[in-house]
Ligand binder design. Structure first.
Ligand SMILES: CC(C)(COP(=O)(O)OP(=O)(O)OC[C@H]1O[C@@H](n2cnc3c(N)ncnc32)[C@H](O)[C@@H]1OP(=O)(O)O)[C@@H](O)C(=O)NCCC(=O)NCCS
Length: 457
C-alpha cells in the first residue's frame, strides 16, 4: 500500500487476508509478557475461538453464548483479525482480554476511500483491569496497522473517555431522534413510487447492494461486513428478537428498488393508539426513497412515537415535517478516527478551499508526529510534504494533536471551533496568532457537508 498517492483503489481480499494474518506487535507482546501474560492471535476456526467469544460477551455484560450463537458468529467472523491476552494462571480456558480488527474502506470528503483499520471487541476482564492491558492492545493494534501500511484507524466506543489517549477523536457524530408522529405533520415530497413489505431474506439481499451504491457519496460511511447485514436484516439464526423486525422497500416509478427500512413496533396495551416504532435502519439511494420511507413510518396508524438512533446530524427529515419541535434530537459522539499516516490521509481527501498550511502534529505514541506542508490547489486536491528540521515556510502554522487533526478529517468539526475550544493554535509567521490565519486555515481544511454516519458494531 503506497503512502503517497491521492486515491486508493478498492481493497482486495488478498490485502484483507494479509492484514488478518499479520503478527501481533512485538513491543506490546513484550510488555504484556513481563506481566506474565501471553498476547496472541486466535484463528476463527480454532477451539480457542469459543473462549475468545465468551470473554467478549462477558466483557460487554452479555450472557454466555449458546452453541448455536457461537456457530453462527464463528461462521460470520472470518473477516476479522482476532487477538487475545491469556493468563497462564487463569483456571479458565479463555483470554482475559480481547480485541478484533479488520481492514475496511472509509469514505472521505471528495468521494474517495481510505483503507482503515476498524477496531472492535475491546474487553479486559474485571480481574485484570487497570493494569495497562487495554493500552498494550490498542497501541499494539495501531502499530500493527502502521506496519501493514494502513493509514487510518477507526472505532466506535462504549464510553467516550477511553480512546483520546491513543490519538482517536470523534469525527462523525450521531443523532438520536424521537418524533411525535401526530404532531410532526408531513410537508415533504410525496414520491410516485410504491412501498411494499418484504421478508428478511429479501432485506438481506437488497441492503448490501443498495449500500454499495450510496456509501461512496458520504464521508464517514464504511463498507459493511456481511455479518452486520445479517444483524440488520435479522437473518443471523442465532440473533434474538428477529421476529419483531418488519421491513419495507421503496420502488421508484420505473420499478427499481431504491430504499429499504427495517423497524420494530412495540404496542401499548394501555392505549392502542400509542404504539412506538423503533427504526433499526433506513437506507435510501434517492431523495424520493428517503422521503417515501420516512413518510411511511411517520404515518403508521396506531403509532404515537418513532425512535431512530444513529442518524446523521444533518438529516433532511427535519425539513420534511411541519413542526420541527415534534422531533427531539440529541447528538453525541459516534465514529472515532485516528490518523496513522498523515501524508496519505491528507492527500486522499478533498478540501473545500485552497491554500498552503503547515500542520505541526503532536502524537504521544510517535506514530503521526511531525511538521507537514499541506498545499491544496484550486480543485481541492492536496499535496503533502514532511518538513525537515528547521525548514521554515511562509504560511499559517496549525499546531494540533493527532486527535484534533483526526476530528477535522471528515468535516465533522471546523478548525475554528477547535481553536475556540483551545484544542488547536494557529499562528502566522509575521503576526503570531491572528484571526486572519485562523480563518484561512479553517477555509483550507474545511468541507461543505457534515459526515454521514456509518452504523457498525
Ligand atoms: C475499558 C476497558 C477495555 C479498559 O481496560 P483496562 O485494561 O482496564 O485499561 P488500561 O488499564 O489499559 O487503561 C488504559 C488507560 O485508560 C484509562 N481507562 C481505562 N478504563 C477507563 C474508563 N472506563 N474510563 C476512563 N478511563 C479509563 C486508564 O485510566 C488508563 O489511563 P492512562 O494509561 O492514560 O493512565 C475495560 O475496562 C473493559 O473491558 N470495559 C468493558 C468493555 C468496554 O467498555 N470496552 C470498550 C469497548 S469500546
Amino acid at each position: 500500500m503506497s503512502t503517497s498517492v491521492s486515491t486508493y483503489g478498492r481493497i482486495g481480499e488478498t490485502e484483507r487476508a494479509a492484514f488478518r494474518a499479520g503478527p501481533v506487535d512485538e513491543e506490546s507482546a513484550g510488555r504484556l509478557a513481563t506481566n506474565g501474560l501471553d498476547y496472541r492471535r486466535i484463528a476463527v476456526d480454532s477451539d480457542e475461538y469459543v473462549g475468545w467469544l465468551q470473554s467478549v460477551a462477558r466483557g460487554f455484560q452479555d450472557g454466555e453464548r449458546t452453541a448455536e450463537q457461537i456457530a453462527a458468529t464463528r461462521e460470520r467472523s472470518g473477516y476479522r483479525r482476532l487477538t487475545g491476552v491469556f493468563d497462564p494462571e487463569s483456571p479458565m480456558d479463555a483470554p482475559v482480554a480481547t480485541i478484533a480488527s479488520w481492514l475496511g474502506e472509509l469514505t472521505v470528503p471528495g468521494e474517495a476511500m481510505i483503507p482503515s483499520c476498524a477496531i472492535s471487541a475491546v474487553t479486559v476482564a474485571p480481574t485484570h483491569r487497570r493494569k495497562g492491558v487495554a493500552r498494550a492492545m490498542l497501541e499494539g493494534e495501531l502499530r500493527a496497522a502502521q506496519a501493514a501500511g494502513i493509514p487510518m484507524a477507526m472505532l466506535t466506543v462504549s464510553e467516550s473517555p477511553l480512546y483520546g489517549r491513543y490519538g482517536f477523536a470523534p469525527a462523525a457524530a450521531g443523532a438520536s431522534w424521537t418524533i411525535e408522529t401526530k404532531r410532526a405533520g408531513w410537508i415533504g415530497p410525496q414520491p410516485a413510487g410504491r412501498i411494499d413489505f418484504i421478508g428478511r431474506e429479501r432485506v438481506r439481499e437488497l441492503m448490501p447492494a443498495l449500500h454499495e451504491r450510496v456509501r461512496h457519496r458520504h464521508p464517514g460511511e464504511i463498507d459493511v461486513p456481511g455479518s452486520h447485514w445479517d444483524g440488520f436484516a435479522g437473518t443471523n439464526p442465532a440473533a434474538e428478537k428477529t421476529a419483531e423486525k418488519r421491513a419495507v422497500q421503496y420502488s421508484d416509478a420505473a420499478g427499481e428498488v431504491r430504499g429499504v427500512a427495517v423497524y420494530a413496533v412495540r404496542e401499548n396495551h394501555d392505549d392502542f393508539t400509542k404504539a412506538t416504532v423503533s427504526v433499526h435502519y433506513l437506507l435510501a439511494e434517492t431523495d424520493d426513497a428517503y422521503a417515501a420511507l420516512w413518510r411511511f413510518l411517520l404515518e403508521l396508524d396506531l403509532v404515537a412515537e418513532v425512535h431512530a438512533g444513529e442518524l446523521s446530524v444533518d438529516e433532511p427529515l427535519l425539513w420534511m415535517i411541519a413542526d420541527q419541535r415534534a422531533a427531539k434530537v440529541s447528538v453525541r459522539d459516534h465514529q472515532y478516527l485516528r490518523i496513522i499516516d498523515v501524508v496519505a490521509a491528507l492527500e486522499t481527501r478533498r478540501y473545500g478551499g485552497s491554500g498552503t498550511l503547515v500542520l505541526d502534529v503532536s502524537d504521544s505514541l510517535g506514530i503521526a508526529s511531525g511538521r507537514y506542508l499541506l498545499e491544496v490547489d484550486g480543485r481541492g486536491a492536496a499535496r503533502v510534504r514532511i518538513l525537515g528540521d528547521g525548514e521554515s515556510i511562509d504560511a499559517p502554522t496549525v499546531a494540533l494533536g493527532v486527535a484534533e487533526l483526526s476530528a477535522t478529517y471528515l468535516g465533522g468539526v471546523s478548525l475554528a471551533t477547535l481553536a475556540a475550544a483551545g484544542r488547536v493554535t494557529v499562528t502566522d509567521a509575521s503576526a503570531g496568532a491572528s484571526a486572519d490565519a485562523l480563518a484561512k486555515a479553517t477555509r483550507v481544511l474545511g468541507w461543505h457537508t457534515a459526515p454521514r454516519l456509518s452504523i457498525w458494531y
